[in-house]
Structures are given as C-alpha cells and as structure tokens.
Write a protein that binds this ligand. Sequence first.
Ligand code: KIV
Length: 248
Amino acid sequence: MLTPEDLKAKKSQGEKIAMVTAYDFAFAQMAEAAGMDQILVGDSLANTMLGYKSTREIGMNEMLIFVAAVCRGAPNTHVVADMPYLSDKDPQTAYDNAMRFMDLGAASIKLEGTPEGVIEFLRSKDIPVCAHLGLLPQTAENFKQKGKTEEEARAIEEAAKFVDSLGCFETVLEHIPEELGKKITSEVKSVTIGIGGGKFTDGQVLVMHDALGMHQRKLPPFATKFVDMYALGTEGFKKYVNSVKAKP
Ligand code: KIV
C-alpha cells in the first residue's frame, strides 16, 4: 500500500497518480486489480449509491459501512475516507470521526476546505490529511468552475499553500482552471489530484460511476466514460429476464 511519503516521492519523480472513487467490496477489488494508486470512498456515494441529491444528506453512519467494505475489498491499496458534512465541524469531532475511519483500515482522510483549527489538530495527532479545494460540493451554491476571477484564483492558491504548510500530504483540486492547477502543483510540496483541475496536476481522480458509465446522466465537463456499464448491465439483466421467462 502506498504511504503518503510514497505518493510524495511519485510527485518528485514526476510519476502520475491514479485515484478513483469506489464504495463497496466488489468495485474496490476491481480497482485494486487494475493497479489503482488510491481509492477514495467519497461522500459522492450519497448521490451515486444512495440516490440523494446532495452529499449533505449522509453522515458518519453511512460512510462507515462503505469505508469498511472498501478496506475489505482493497487491503493493499491506499484508501482515503471522505469526512461527510459536519463530521469535521470542530477539531475534536473531526479527530474522533477520523479515528473511526482509520480504525477500519483507511490510510488517510479527506476534508473539504479549511475548517477552523481542524487540519492543525488532525496533523498534531499524526492523521494523514488530504485537503480538498476549488469546488466544494458540501457547501457550494452551484457546480460552476471556481477560480475564474483573479480574486477567487488567489484565494484557492493561498488555501493550497496554507494546507501544504499544515502538512497535508495531498490536495484534491476540483473544477478549477488548468493554469491554476498547474501553478498550485508547482508551488506546493503536497501531491495535487485534479478532478477538473487540468492535465498538469500530479494525479487525477474520477467518480467511479462517471468513469465506468454506470448512469445515464450528463457527465461533468471534466469526466471521461471509459466503459458503458449501464448498457452492459442492462443487457445482462435483459438476458437473465429472458432466460427465466423462456423456462416452462
Ligand atoms: O466525494 C467525492 O467523490 C469527491 C471527489 C469529487 C473528489 O470528493
């Protein structure tokens, strides 16, 4: 399993890092078999697995079940557990919740933005932290690209330097201009992982359901569908239905 230090070494050697979200045992096994560097158990599971409109609709109880399943399915892969909405609302709550993930086998936790004093406290307890900047789905008013104005770009850049100085080993940069992703990547020691952050970040993450074509919704502008599992799965189910109905 890659440690935060291994991942930072990849950055300094210019080796790209592949991360994908996965939420259950079976898909975690597939991601590990495919040689994924990291698996993110994202709170996007609220949308992809549970059908909620917002990631704000789930909490620790749901996340714990999925993080445990992924850790069982991919025991040799670095699993990042996403802190759900308000689970990091203050330093002690964040630490208690982060420990629940670490006890299940997560290698690190990810949190959105820079909640007051939280990253400092988690780092003082040696919890490996992946930051998440740019578009922050838990609190965003819309899903438009962030960092388009000079002021917004500067704020994201400053936040990236800040979390780097606090010792975050990694930072997810979501839906920001390519040039900003490139600039931040060259300025910080932490590994940058883009999702709509352009091609110059140290690595990329995609939501599994987008990458594997598991739904029929319009993809975000930065996502790529590598296989059409919705079609494959529907086809397989149809064959099964037909085989059952054909029997006397
Ligand atoms: O929850 C998630 O899947 C994420 C990715 C969008 C990075 O945070």
